[in-house]
Design a protein around this ligand. Structure first.
Ligand code: AMP
Length: 249
């Protein structure tokens, strides 16, 4: 079974993002970029399925600028077998990403596409669902446990009220939640080995997909600054403030 893992290059989760002075977006100049954490979890899960003998090949695919190749290399160093970079310097919205991934699925014929539940830059949480709709494949989103046997994927999903377990007929789409696994660090020998693994470079036009944006960003703004707190001397003073100043009790 072949697994396709889409991996997105995003601002590193440790970076405190700054909004550009003209409010058109987030400042990316000299900012550390990394693989989206939920995509790392997807790569880890794919590798575990390969280690269990369930999967035979893992293909990592990224849509983004030339530097997204580093993101694919990270996946290869973790244990993916080969990569596909669909190179573009344009912003690619989830619908266009899903259309490109559909074209890759049709070319590669994987039985499973394992995506992150969301990318931490735009927090869209859309690509996996859109891809499932475009392919008309079953989907298991927000997975915290995945088991594959007899042409079926059993997915435990994190939902508001607790956990839901569903069975999906393969081929299927699964998106990963935080508790699915803890991704491994790539070892130095594996980082060296990954340099020799193949990465195909393509363009969106090779798949005949129009990636023109359908959405217009009107404004990006910092969250309102939190006001400084006050120290109170006693419980009585706290209750008084809550009652008479904050009006919450
Ligand atoms: P989103 O719907 O943008 O929150 O992203 C959800 C998941 O879709 C990510 O965790 C990736 O697995 C995949 N994805 C989104 N954008 C890209 C991209 N540009 N390249 C590769 N995978 C992507």
């Amino acid at each position: 079974m072949k697994i396709l893992v889409p991996v997105k290059r995003v601002v590193d989760y440790n970076v405190k993002v700054r909004v550009k002075p003209d409010q058109t977006g987030v400042d990316l100049a000299n900012v550390k970029m990394s693989m989206n954490p939920f995509c790392e979890i997807a790569v880890e899960e794919a590798i575990r399925l390969k280690e269990k003998g369930v999967a035979s090949e893992i293909v990592a695919v990224s849509i983004g600028p030339a530097q997204a190749q580093e993101t694919i290399r990270t996946a290869l160093a973790m244990g993916a077998d080969r990569g596909i970079l669909i190179q573009t310097d344009e912003t690619v919205e989830p619908l266009a990403v899903a259309k490109l991934l559909k074209a890759v699925v049709e070319e590669e014929g994987p039985e499973l596409v394992l995506l992150g539940k969301q990318a931490i830059d735009d927090d869209a949480n859309q690509t996996g669902q859109m891809l499932a709709a475009l392919l008309d494949w079953p989907q298991g989103t927000f997975a915290s446990k995945v088991e594959i046997a007899d042409g079926k994927a059993t997915v435990t999903r994190e939902i508001d009220g607790g956990l839901q377990t569903i069975a999906l007929q393969m081929p299927a789409i699964i998106t990963t939640d935080l508790r699915l696994n803890e991704p491994r660090y790539a070892s130095l020998p594996n980082i060296m080995k990954a340099k020799r693994k193949p990465i195909d470079t393509k363009a969106p036009a090779d798949y005949g997909v129009d990636i023109a944006n359908r959405l217009q960003v009107l404004k990006v703004a910092e969250p309102a600054k939190r006001e400084a707190g006050v120290k109170v001397e006693s419980v009585a003073e706290l209750v008084d403030k809550l009652k008479n100043e904050a009006g919450v009790i």
